[in-house]
Design a protein around this ligand. Structure first.
Ligand code: DGL
Length: 274
């Protein structure tokens, strides 16, 4: 039996603004849900944090938010957190938790030259979760790995109005630009990277870039549709909330910009470090 005329609340979480690339896809498919976009700007970037720290931190943030809001589904829109935190989150919270992990499988299905690249944070590249994904789905492909801490920061800066330096990007991606075989498919294994896809396409004009945003939106739809009669919800919420863990002038400016994503209320929370 589905619940009619009730608007489910979707929590989308990331270390920074990268998760907006996932939020965007979910929002495009289901504009009438109630959204909370939360980001841990106090501890950004996650790519250089230990697994133990991230498990504690992400659990504490989701707990804090779910104590204050009734959450129907949470999306961990961060590969770095998802590849380590999903088991602990799923054992702790009763609402469904959707994680974002690198789109290795779809990349292997579309590559022509059987050479794919995985671009992600250093932490994601090193995770056992990622190694297992590659072993399971990429047996007939060469997978080139590049773990970079700087790219998420470049993307974050771009959203705050600071231009991307193509020369810097070229230096960072040099290992793939000069190899004998250039990947024809690159997995954007960090949710920040879709925001610099335009610049990456300048460096790799013949490469297809893929991310997990669409697949996550479909998964959220399917999970919510089991419980809610989504077709009966026909008005947009004007109470969509942005939550950050640190308040500063950048966030103030960002919060103004987020109104265009229909995220119209801002709040900051205080999470104590373990
Ligand atoms: N957006 C995050 C991801 O998908 C990580 C960026 C960071 O905090 O290092 O991995």
């Amino acid at each position: 039996m589905k619940i009619k005329n009730t608007t489910p609340t979707v929590l989308v979480f990331d270390s920074g603004i990268g998760g907006l690339s996932v939020y965007n896809e979910i929002y495009k498919q289901m504009p009438n849900l109630h959204y909370i976009y939360a980001f841990d700007n106090e501890m950004f970037p996650y790519g250089d944090k230990s697994s133990e720290f991230l498990i504690d931190r992400v659990n504490s943030i989701i707990e804090h938010i779910s104590n204050n809001y009734l959450i129907d589904i949470a999306v961990i829109a961060c590969n770095t957190a998802s590849t380590i935190c999903l088991p602990s989150l799923r054992s702790k919270f009763s609402f469904p938790i959707v994680g974002v992990v690198p789109a290795i499988k779809p990349a292997c299905q579309i590559t022509q030259n059987k050479c794919i690249g995985l671009l992600a944070t250093k932490a994601t590249i090193e995770r056992a979760y990622t190694t297992n994904l590659i072993q399971e789905f990429a047996t007939d492909c060469t997978v080139k790995l590049l773990g970079l801490s700087e790219l998420a920061i470049i993307a974050e800066n771009k959203l705050q109005g600071i231009g991307v330096d193509i020369n810097q990007l070229q230096t960072l991606l040099a290992p793939w630009l000069s190899g004998p075989v250039i990947p024809d498919t690159i997995v954007l294994g960090c949710t920040h990277y879709p925001f610099i896809k335009e610049e990456l396409e300048i460096l790799f004009p013949n490469t297809t870039f893929i991310d997990s945003g669409n697949a996550i939106a479909a998964r959220v739809y399917n999970l919510l549709n089991e419980q809610f009669d989504l077709d009966t919800i026909n008005t947009q919420s004007n109470e969509n909330i942005v939550i950050s863990t640190n308040y500063n002038k950048h966030v103030e400016k960002l919060a103004d910009n987020l109104v265009k994503y229909n995220l119209n209320k801002y709040q900051s929370i205080n999470i104590l470090c373990a």
